[in-house]
Design a protein around this ligand. Structure first.
Ligand SMILES: [Zn+2]
Ligand SMILES: [Zn+2]
Length: 492
């Protein structure tokens, strides 16, 4: 039965994990690297300067869906370091996610992803298992899945070597390194099935067929560009001569970009075939970037440098954004939720988004909606950062410390880069330009205070409503999440 409301576009939110903006042709990368995405960009609004709010997946996805910085949505740790306080703060803040808002506005909501954590609220379906009859499921569990896992282990065994080599040689570090390697390996093992863009697009096609007569919101999380950069062999150019492990991994990352690009082409062909292209908003972004060796960070997404924080953002919707455009103003992930609400005429004042609608930029009414972007990290080191048009300031609030991933100190307490002169952020001018560093620090501290004040005041309002006493916090979901994290090797 057809229940689609006219005038409301379908929405497909595509998050390509750890995809660096600079690896796409339309963001100044190799023109041959992403022909399909470049073609889509040619018909979209392309935001040139988009920044993630945190450099790890848990916080970033929650920001994309909630329109809030991690300090005001509550999740300020990642993976095995998530604390019950994070989850409780998140719950007590009574956040409305984009999925919930759309569901309440008549959308069918689907997510293709394995994480299924606290941000699964408002989804009619969240998962990545194939549908079908008993035989199809039996074949998947006992034939396909073991084969995929075996192939994955063989293909990625070399990672063990490269991760181990990057660590110091003391016995303690070696043991810690090995433990981290095994943990990483176990985590990526869990990814084995979903880290195949072709498989994700196949599931997306099934969901689109299911929801074709409804207004739907489909969240697709592609993982191929996350370590260990799995992609079919034909997508990465394996050189005949002996090359280093680093070269192999870099070439696998580029291969994963090409493979996802090919799948973006396939997804758009599906939308065209189903006559949905004119009536769908497709958002393409990534949750954070990746450091492939820059700043001495190998194959991970820590550090607040451009490689890790600058992400792509394309909005394709032939009805709303009929003219392709490049927007240079500074933008953050938190701006997506208010933009979608404005597009659908949903009053979003009560959702307390930190983000701002992007429409003034798209319509050309404003050149900028903010003077700076703000981001943080906490997983292997604690840093906070502020980036204006020309300057990047990074501060280590706990002082100089060892990076728990690389087992080395990456930089001093303060870092200041002049981006127009030094786009690679190689020359730290914090000592020679103390005045600018102090100004940036002041702005950073002021902004952090503002966010903390907002969160505390919202929590206080919750208390005054009498709905956040110790007694009525539902710990059931926390236990479920913790159990799941533990099963993935995320929890000690
Ligand atoms: Zn991620
Ligand atoms: Zn490091």
């Amino acid at each position: 039965m057809k229940s689609k409301k006219p005038g409301k576009p379908n929405i497909i939110l595509i998050v390509i994990d750890a995809l660096r903006a600079r690896n796409l042709g339309c963001y100044g990368g190799d023109p041959g690297a992403s022909p399909n995405i470049d073609k889509i960009a040619g018909k979209s609004v392309l935001f040139k300067n988009v920044y993630s709010c945190w450099n790890t997946t848990d916080q970033s996805l929650t920001s994309i869906l909630s329109g809030r910085y991690p300090r005001t949505h509550g999740i300020i740790h990642h993976g095995d370091k998530i604390k019950p306080e994070d989850i409780n703060t998140y719950k007590n803040l009574d956040i409305k996610l984009l999925s919930q808002i759309l569901q309440q506005n008549g959308y069918k909501t689907f997510a293709i992803d394995w994480m299924d954590r606290w941000f699964n609220k408002g989804f009619d379906y969240y998962g990545y298992k194939p549908g079908g009859n008993f035989f199809r499921k039996f074949f998947y569990c006992f034939i396909t899945l073991p084969y995929v896992h075996l192939k994955y282990i063989v293909a990625n065994f070399s990672l063990l070597k490269i991760y181990s080599k990057k660590r110091k040689s003391s016995v303690r570090s070696k043991w810690k390194g090995l433990r981290d390697v095994l943990r990483t390996f176990r985590f990526t093992f869990e990814l084995a099935r979903i880290q195949d863009a072709g498989y994700v697009t196949g599931l997306a096609e099934d969901m689109i067929h299911k929801a074709i007569n409804e207004n739907f919101f489909l969240f697709l999380h592609y993982w191929d560009t996350h370590t260990p950069y799995n992609c079919p062999r034909k997508y990465y150019k394996k050189k005949k001569q002996r090359v280093s492990q680093k070269d192999i991994l870099e070439s696998k990352y580029c291969g994963a970009v090409s493979y996802i690009d090919q799948q973006m082409g396939r997804l758009f062909d599906i939308l065209k075939k189903e006559e949905l292209l004119d009536d769908t908003l497709v958002i393409i972004t990534s949750d954070h970037g990746e450091s492939l060796s820059e700043h001495d960070i190998f194959f991970d997404h820590h550090g607040l440098y451009e490689v890790t924080t600058h992400v792509p953002l394309l909005l394709f919707c032939s009805k709303t954004f009929s003219q392709a455009k490049e927007v240079p103003g500074l933008v953050q992930h938190i701006d997506l939720a208010p933009t979608i609400c404005e597009m659908l005429n949903i009053d979003y004042k009560n959702f307390a988004f930190d983000g701002l609608s992007l429409f003034p930029l798209v319509r050309g009414e404003k050149d900028e909606i903010r003077d700076f972007v703000f981001n943080e990290e906490s997983y292997v080191q604690r840093k906070v950062g502020l980036r204006t048009k020309n300057f990047k300031y990074i501060y280590a609030p706990d002082g100089v410390g060892m990076c728990n991933y690389c087992q080395k100190v990456h930089a001093g307490v303060e870092e200041l880069y002049e981006l127009e002169k030094d786009p690679g952020e190689k020359n730290n001018i914090a000592d020679e330009n103390k005045e600018k560093a102090a100004e940036m620090r002041q702005r950073l501290d002021g902004f952090i205070k503002k966010l903390d004040k907002k969160r505390n005041s919202m929590l206080k309002q919750g208390h005054s409503r009498g709905d956040i006493s110790e007694d009525n916090i539902n710990f059931k979901e926390d236990k479920k999440i913790r159990k799941k994290l533990r099963s993935l090797g995320y929890m000690d």
